[in-house]
Design a protein around this ligand. Structure first.
Ligand code: SF4
Ligand code: ZN
Ligand code: ZN
Length: 314
C-alpha cells in the first residue's frame, strides 16, 4: 500500500476520518500541521511563555513534541505534578519524561500535592473516607491539579497553560456539560480561550482536534515509551463520562469524522453564545485561599473538600 499523500512511501496508517492511507512521515506531518493550526487560532504562536501541563502519558508527550516544532522550546516550560498516589506516581516515569523533554530543549518543573497542599491524594481520600464523605478520588485530584497548574502558570509568568486534552476528551466534556446544562463551562470550551478571572492563566488545548488514536500512534511512531500504568482509582472516574465515551465511539465507528464535526459545529455555536451571554464579569474569589470560584460560592470546592474531610479547620 502506497501513501495517498506522497505517493512514494509505504502507508502505515489508515486515517479513517479522511479515508487516506498515510506513511509514517505524512501522518506525523499531518498531526503537526493540525496542532499548529489550532495553536494559531488560540494565539499561542506569538506568546512569550507557555506552561505545558505534562503527566508523562502519551498526550503530554505529543503536546511537547508537536509544539516544540514551531514554537521556540525556550518559550515552553513543562510542569509535572506528583499527586501522591501509591503505585502510580513512579519516579522512573518522571525521569523518562524529563529526558524526552531535555532532548526537545524544554525545562521541566516538578511539584506535588504533599508539598503544595500539605496532603497527598491518598491522604485526602483516607481522611474523607473516615468522615464517610461520598467524594471520589478524581474529584480531589482534578480540583487540586487545576489549582497547582494555575499557580505554576502564574509563578513562571506564563501567558498560557497548555494541556494535552485530545479530541475525544473535548467532545466527551462538551456532551457532559450539555447533559448537565452547565452553560458557563460549556462556553469556556470553545476554541478561543475565554477570560473569566484575572487570576486564571488562560488554558488552551492545542491537541483538541487530534483523535486519541492519532496521539497514540504518533507517540508509538516517535518511539516514546510513555507511562501506561493505570491509576488505582480509575474505577472512581465518573460513570457518565464512560457512558458518553462509549456512545461517541459507536457513532464514530459508524460514521468516521463524527467527533471532529461535533467539535467544529460546537466552536461555531460557542462563538455566538459568547457574544449573547455577557461573561465578562469576574468570578468571585474564595474567602479562604483567594482562588477564583464558581458564581454564588464564597468558599471554593477545594477548600470545602478539605474542611469536610477534617483536614482544614472550619
Ligand atoms: Fe486522578 Fe482519577 Fe485520573 Fe487517578 S483516575 S489520576 S484519581 S483523575
Ligand atoms: Zn507519505
Ligand atoms: Zn479556597
Amino acid at each position: 500500500m502506497i501513501c495517498d499523500n506522497c505517493k512514494t512511501r509505504e502507508a502505515v496508517v489508515l486515517q479513517t476520518h479522511t479515508g487516506r492511507k498515510l506513511c509514517k512521515e505524512c501522518f506525523m506531518e499531518d498531526v503537526r500541521k493540525r496542532v499548529k493550526l489550532e495553536a494559531q487560532k488560540q494565539e499561542l504562536v506569538n506568546s512569550n511563555k507557555i506552561l505545558l501541563a505534562v503527566s508523562g502519558g502519551k498526550d503530554s508527550l505529543v503536546l511537547a513534541d508537536t509544539l516544540s516544532q514551531f514554537i521556540n522550546p525556550s518559550k515552553l516550560i513543562a510542569f509535572n505534578i506528583n499527586e501522591g498516589i501509591r503505585g502510580y506516581n513512579r519516579s522512573e516515569d518522571v525521569k523518562k519524561l524529563e529526558e524526552y523533554l531535555k532532548d526537545l530543549g524544554i525545562e521541566l518543573i516538578k511539584s506535588g500535592f504533599k508539598e503544595e497542599v500539605g496532603f497527598s491524594l491518598d491522604e485526602m481520600l483516607q481522611a474523607s473516607l473516615k468522615r464517610n464523605l461520598n467524594v471520589s478520588a478524581c474529584t480531589f485530584c482534578g480540583g487540586f491539579r487545576r489549582k497547582l497548574i494555575n499557580e505554576a502558570g502564574i509563578k513562571v509568568d506564563a501567558d498560557y497553560v497548555a494541556t494535552g486534552h485530545n479530541l475525544d476528551d473535548e467532545v466527551q466534556t462538551i456532551i457532559i456539560n450539555l447533559i448537565r446544562g452547565d452553560l458557563l463551562r460549556l462556553i469556556r470550551l470553545g476554541d478561543k480561550p475565554l477570560i473569566v478571572s484575572s487570576k486564571f492563566v488562560m488554558r488552551v488545548k492545542p491537541l483538541r482536534k487530534i483523535y486519541e488514536w492519532e496521539t497514540t500512534i504518533y507517540a508509538h511512531l516517535k518511539g516514546f515509551e510513555f507511562q501506561e500504568t493505570e491509576c488505582p482509582y480509575i474505577s472512581q472516574k465518573p460513570t457518565l463520562r464512560a457512558k458518553v465515551r462509549e456512545l461517541l465511539y459507536k457513532l464514530e465507528e459508524k460514521k468516521p469524522g463524527t467527533l471532529l464535526r461535533i467539535l467544529e459545529q460546537f466552536d461555531e455555536i460557542s462563538e455566538k453564545l459568547k457574544k449573547e451571554h455577557r461573561l465578562t464579569s469576574e468570578l468571585p474569589n474564595c474567602i479562604i485561599c483567594g482562588e477564583p470560584t464558581t458564581p454564588g460560592r464564597t468558599i471554593c470546592k477545594n477548600c470545602e473538600l478539605l474542611i469536610r474531610s477534617g483536614l482544614m479547620p472550619q
